[in-house]
Ligand binder design. Structure first.
Ligand SMILES: [Zn+2]
Length: 252
């Protein structure tokens, strides 16, 4: 059930049988000439909604802007500083905990969010450890799962794309969005990529990124992305994350 499409009595009823919630988190940043700016938020959200529907789990609103300072050299990219994003995550968790949610399953679509999410979880746990959380607050548990890290998902992308998967604007994430948003895919998928596979390297700030990777991709050839492969990746990820979520909500 999507929280945004639920009424408050429905959320209250849900809490009588479950204290678990899925929180999709992504980013708003360039994904090369053939990938959507919203890729990381769209992928996390579409998978989260399907997982929620399959196993009757509540899905919170998506955090669509993440930590992406290094992408600011490209129009459309937005970022929250790590310190801001930590506050956003912490406040969302505390809001939901206030109503009785205790198990927070963050379904992530952006590698750049991982360090900040981990720090935010530590801030939440520190409130309990220092005794600064409300005395009646139950033990909260937070977990992070990246949709693209599951065993089955990685197997599909390895077989389909090999070294053309890359590390930014990957063939897999672009394929997933082409499956989710085929009409918009028709428009952008025809844009030529030169070179077919983008270069790789280390990145620092936004200017450095744009200089080294002028079209925005790193190491990838999203020209291989198709709607059919996106469907396979979607189904594999949903299956793996349903299992992960069910295990997680049993956590003591
Ligand atoms: Zn991405």
């Amino acid at each position: 059930m999507r929280m945004q499409l639920a009424t408050w009595p429905e959320v209250e009823t849900y809490l009588r049988t479950s204290v678990g919630v899925i929180l999709p988190i992504g980013s708003t940043e360039q994904h090369g000439p053939t990938g959507f700016v919203g890729t990381d938020a769209l992928t996390a959200e579409m998978i989260a909604i399907e997982v929620g529907a399959k196993i009757d789990a509540m899905v919170a609103p998506t955090i669509s802007v993440g930590m992406a300072q290094h992408h600011l050299g490209f129009p459309g990219s937005m970022t929250l500083r790590p310190s801001t994003l930590i506050c956003v995550i912490q406040d969302m968790i505390n809001s939901l905990a206030h109503h009785g949610f205790e198990r927070f399953f963050f379904l992530n679509g952006h590698g750049g969010n991982v360090a900040t999410l981990t720090a935010a979880f530590a801030e939440v746990y520190a409130e309990s450890s220092f005794g600064t959380a409300a005395s009646n607050r139950p033990s909260l548990r937070c977990i992070l799962r990246n949709w693209y890290m599951g065993e089955k998902v990685r197997k599909i992308s390895k077989e389909a794309f090999g070294d053309d998967e890359g590390s930014h604007a990957t063939a897999s994430e672009v394929a997933l969005t082409y499956f989710g948003f085929p009409n918009d895919a028709d428009r952008v998928a025809r844009v030529p990529l030169d070179p077919a596979r983008a270069p790789t390297g280390t990145i620092y700030d936004a200017d450095d990124y744009r200089r080294q990777f002028p079209d925005g991709r790193i190491g990838s050839n999203p020209g291989l992305a198709t709607e059919a492969l996106g469907k396979q990746l979607f189904e594999a990820s949903v299956e793996e994350l349903c299992e992960d979520y069910c295990k997680f909500i049993e956590t003591a």
